[in-house]
Design a protein around this ligand. Structure first.
Ligand SMILES: Cc1ncc(C[n+]2csc(CCOP(=O)(O)OP(=O)(O)O)c2C)c(N)n1
Ligand SMILES: [Mg+2]
Length: 573
């Protein structure tokens, strides 16, 4: 549109137009932490309200890490990308860990932050206060560029519809991930034509799918294998993918190893669900199917048999953003895991009659082996119920408390997966492999926002709870009435860091100290009081014998009183 064409056309503040366009492409929520760059956005919200223009719901986020975590959780629950808006460079810096986590997990997020005014005077929105100079950056997008698929700056208000369309289409194209757009204050203050703002998106995402030939090649390899194995880390993509994997593995007698899983690909009590240790499986494997696994095993410890063929299926099966990742891939299938699994199953089904005898005898052997291993895991977990408890005991007891409910459990150094009995594709989420801690509390809030009827349980270490900016998260839970259940598995330390020291220096000086340097968190804060500061239900549990009752009480609270419940559970270091 030429400048002349804009004159006289119906218009609104560009800040409001941006929000209106976000609504049109399907954004439900804007998780926002505002600042002096926001007047045109806030004015736009009010203007749209006054003019009856549909906008996404804008929610106040007292910390940007919560905004990113909630957008992440909301996407995991719904498959719908959301928007985060932050204040200039400083707010964006607080979004960086969330962007790194989102990129790792292929979670699309439309990330925006203001740009300090470009002009010192003479324009609406020009600099007025010293931060106008103080927040200037030579390359603001660089703060998140490594994590983002695309970034650009809004230069003219009339670019808003096409830029939003492009941002959304790129974020939601495979491999999905965050995108970033910077918003200079003067541009947001300008009028933007309203015509077409509510029109459907002009750009559709590109969704990759493997070729039929590649799928047939993978199917032939798996069907002919003596000892096939499946590794899965990021789930099976959807309920359909989950069901397809359960059927495929069951019919063909293929063990499924969920080593360091961040999402559930197979019910933990499925006969083909193997122990999480890749070692014994790889010793025998002649064909391996890797389902969206960044590091399906640890090459320093586990080795493939000579001649073993590897098939990798994922949105980005070669993980192209990672400089170093040398897992072989003889057949590389790029696309969504659920669609890929359905295609693979369809290609393998006709081959089954020829191979049925071998598949059935293998299934019997694998099921017996897995059953024994699972019984041992559950027995060990059951024995961990003293004072203090083990994490495995907490996990088993939580799982028993959730029986019969379609709950979602998150774990960030919280409850381990193996002692749980979980059976649907949205039953389990662990912190992203990027490891930016402080993720599970806000991600659970985002999931609860999307699925208000579901029981969402965020389990996390005491360290992870503190990384989450818990005061901000409790404020959000109360303000938005999000009745999640939070379990802090509290060992008063950064146990993972201590374990890592013991792993590298098992007989070293640090191993012999009473209190290992840089790992202790005592004196631990009174987390019950932190939760109570936002009027949540909160209890401490120190004795394993009391845990089942405490969980029942907390779950009952979330279901009847509909506010957050927190249990601070003392576990062994
Ligand atoms: C933002 C961030 N800072 C630091 C780390 C390093 N780190 C990894 S695990 C861990 C300890 C987590 O402690 P906690 O949640 O209490 O679980 P625990 O290890 O005690 O089981 C730390 C500090 C990280 N992953 N992310
Ligand atoms: Mg800890």
């Amino acid at each position: 549109m030429a400048e002349d064409d804009l004159a006289g056309a119906p218009a609104m503040t560009a800040g409001g137009a941006l929000l209106a366009r976000l609504k049109a492409v399907g954004i439900d929520y804007i998780f926002a932490n505002s600042g002096t760059d926001f007047p045109p956005i806030i004015e736009g919200l009010a203007e749209a309200e006054a003019k009856g223009i549909a906008l996404p719901q804008a929610l106040v986020m007292p910390h940007e890490s919560a905004a990113m975590g909630m957008a992440h959780g909301y996407y995991l629950a719904t498959g719908r990308a959301q928007a985060v808006m932050a204040h200039t460079n400083v707010g964006l810096a607080n979004c960086a860990i969330g962007a790194i986590n989102a990129a790792m997990e292929h979670v699309p997020v439309l990330l925006f932050s203001g740009r300090t005014p470009v002009t010192e005077r003479g324009r609406k929105g020009s600099r007025t206060v010293p931060i106008g100079w103080g927040q200037e950056m030579r390359d603001q997008a660089a703060l998140v560029r490594e994590a983002c698929k695309w970034d650009d700056e809004l230069r003219f208000p009339e670019h808003i519809p096409q830029m939003v369309d492009r941002a959304h289409a790129i974020a939601t194209s495979t491999p999905r991930g965050p995108v970033y757009m910077s918003l200079p204050r003067e541009v947001l203050c300008q009028p933007c034509p309203t015509e077409g703002l509510a029109a459907p998106a002009t750009m559709m995402p590109a969704i990759a799918a493997p070729s039929a030939e590649a799928v047939a090649q993978a199917a032939a390899l798996l069907a002919a294998a003596e000892n096939p194995v499946i590794f899965a880390q990021r789930g099976a993509g959807s309920a359909e993918g989950f069901a397809a994997l359960a059927a495929l593995a069951g019919e063909w007698g293929i063990p499924v190893c969920q080593y360091w899983a961040v999402q559930l690909a197979m019910a933990t009590d499925h006969p083909m669900a193997a122990p999480a240790d890749p070692g014994p499986l790889l010793e025998a494997a002649d064909v391996v199917l890797v389902l969206d696994a960044l590091a399906p095993w640890s090459p320093g410890v586990h080795t493939l048999r000579p001649g073993c063929k590897v098939i990798q299926l994922a949105q980005d099966p070669l993980y192209q953003r990672q400089p170093v990742r040398y897992f072989r891939s003889d057949v590389t299938l790029a696309g969504d895991v659920d669609a890929g699994l359905l295609a693979l199953k369809a290609a393998m089904d006709p081959l089954l009659p020829t191979h049925r005898a071998r598949a059935e005898s293998r299934a019997a052997v694998v099921a017996t082996r897995n059953g024994k291993a699972r019984t041992a895991v559950l027995d060990t977990a059951r024995r961990g119920g003293g004072t203090p408890m083990t994490k495995d005991f907490v996990s088993l007891t939580l799982s028993e408390a959730l029986a019969g409910r379609e709950a979602t459990v998150l774990s960030e150094l919280g409850c381990p997966l193996s002692p749980m009995t979980l059976s649907h594709h949205q039953a389990w989420y662990q912190e992203p492999h990027s490891g930016g801690l402080g993720w599970s509390f806000p991600a659970a809030l985002g999931m609860q926002l999307a699925r208000r009827e579901r029981l969402v349980v965020a389990t996390m270490g005491d360290g992870s709870y503190m990384f989450a900016n818990p005061v901000a998260c409790h404020q959000i839970a109360e303000a938005l009435e999000l009745p999640i259940l939070v379990l802090i598995v509290n060992n008063a330390e950064w146990g993972a860091v201590r374990q890592s020291v013991l792993g590298l220096y098992p007989d070293g000086y640090a191993a012999k100290t009473n209190r290992m340097p840089l790992t202790a968190l005592s004196p631990v804060p009174d987390f019950v009081k932190v939760a109570e500061a936002s009027r949540a239900y909160a209890r401490r549990v120190t004795d394993g014998a009391m845990l089942a009752g405490a969980l029942a009480g907390a779950i009952n609270h979330t279901e009847t009183k509909r506010t957050l419940a927190l249990l601070d559970i003392t576990v062994r270091a």
